[in-house]
Design a protein around this ligand. Structure first.
Ligand SMILES: *[C@@H]1O[C@H](CO)[C@@H](O)[C@H](O)[C@H]1NC(C)=O
Length: 375
């Protein structure tokens, strides 16, 4: 992805007089793309999933991000009929594949609608953080030990291998062979989000590259990519910018740098996307792909959905919203109360943001990097 001096010189001659020379000359042949996160899609009744996926496919959505996670029954982010799904591991090393079977049905639906999945195999927020204390948290006590212990790394690599080797009832082969429907596996959702000391020390346990290498070994020659899952959680100006951690950028086994961010202002996104902290420049320099894997507009934002998404589409960086939800968001009349909203939701029929037209704009935009053959 490095631009040679000769190309650079030519570029300057060709675009003389234009203001935005570098993005122009870096653009690759492929188009950008867009989609959404929907971490509990597999816990919805089949008919709800079908309506949601067909609606998004109709907008031109190319990618949805799914999670290997347990879900409790009840009302969740506007969906009133969420079904209970047990965790893959209630005890580390004992696998209940109910969640994988449910996700497999969702993958079939995505495949029927020409949408690809990014799959997050575990949530770092469940290591005693905002998503409770899961089996790994119970066994290892705290997230710091989870990232440093050799036993924990081995346990986690087994979880990953179980997911990658899961034999798909719908497709008749292992998930790791489903590159037509699975774009990438994340290492984890938001690794080390509560371990700022480890992030500042550039992952001293080599957790990221170690897990990515173990994952790549299981994937073998599969075309499925590895993505970071958003190292450290959201980018926040100016002391919480870990998504492009140096160890991850330099790790051969990592293909995609995932950017997560919840900016209130479009100008903050400009700083991270095309400005002083440009993730595109850093990824291009390191030969990595980069995408905005999570971003959301809260109900008390300074700039609205349309203003923020324009930054991504102008830069040709792919994005997944957190989250376009099947039910009603909080701004819609008749939205259910006590329904676990986080304030970022946009309902499929909501006026909070014109996601359909933003997806169309993404699909028409030249990608900054070459995603051909991947999406
Ligand atoms: C999954 O299980 C953990 C551990 O019991 C719990 O803390 C968490 O809230 C559950 N997650 C969801 C989404 O229900």
């Amino acid at each position: 992805m490095r631009t040679s001096n000769i190309t650079k010189g030519l570029g300057w001659v060709l675009v003389l007089g234009l203001t935005n020379a570098f993005p122009f000359e870096q653009r690759a042949a492929s188009k950008s793309f867009a989609g959404s996160n929907e971490y509990f899609l597999h816990a919805l009744p089949a008919a709800d999933q079908k309506t949601y996926v067909e609606t998004l496919a109709g907008w031109g959505v190319k990618v949805l991000r799914l999670w290997v996670t347990n879900v409790s029954a009840g009302c969740l982010k506007g969906s009133t009929d969420v079904q209970s799904v047990p965790a893959l591991e209630d005890t580390v090393g004992t696998y209940d594949t109910t969640v994988l079977k449910a996700l497999d049905d969702t993958l079939k639906l995505l495949s029927d609608n020409k949408i690809k999945a990014i799959i997050s195999p575990h949530n770092a927020n469940g290591l005693g953080g905002s998503a409770g204390c899961d089996a790994y948290c119970s066994k290892y006590g705290d997230s710091s030990t989870f990232y440093s212990s050799d036993d924990a790394k081995a346990d986690y690599d087994k979880r990953i291998a179980t997911i990658l080797n899961f034999q798909s009832p719908n497709f008749g082969k292992a998930w790791k062979e489903l590159s037509d429907v699975i774009l990438a596996f994340d290492l984890e959702n938001e690794p080390m989000i509560t371990n700022v000391d480890k992030l500042q020390a550039n992952d001293p346990d080599d957790w990221l590259c170690g897990r990515a290498s173990a994952m790549r070994k299981v994937l073998g020659d599969s075309l499925i990519k590895t993505a970071t899952g958003g190292v450290g959680g959201s980018q926040y100006c100016c002391d919480h910018e870990f998504n492009l951690l140096d160890k991850a950028l330099k790790c051969d086994a990592i293909d995609i740098m995932s950017v997560h961010g919840y900016m209130s202002k479009a100008s903050d996104w400009e700083y991270f996307i095309s400005g002083d902290a440009s993730v595109l420049d850093q990824a291009n320099e390191a030969g990595k792909l980069v995408m905005v894997e999570e971003w959301g507009v809260s109900t008390d934002n300074q700039d609205n959905f349309d203003t923020q998404v324009k930054v991504f589409n102008d830069a040709g960086i792919p994005w997944l919203y957190w989250q376009v939800v099947p039910g009603k968001d909080q701004t819609e009349s008749g939205a259910p109360s006590s329904c676990g909203y986080d304030g970022f939701e946009i309902g499929v029929n909501s006026g909070k943001g014109d996601v359909a037209s933003a997806v169309g704009t993404a699909n028409a935009a030249d990608a900054n990097q070459d995603w051909s053959g991947i999406v």
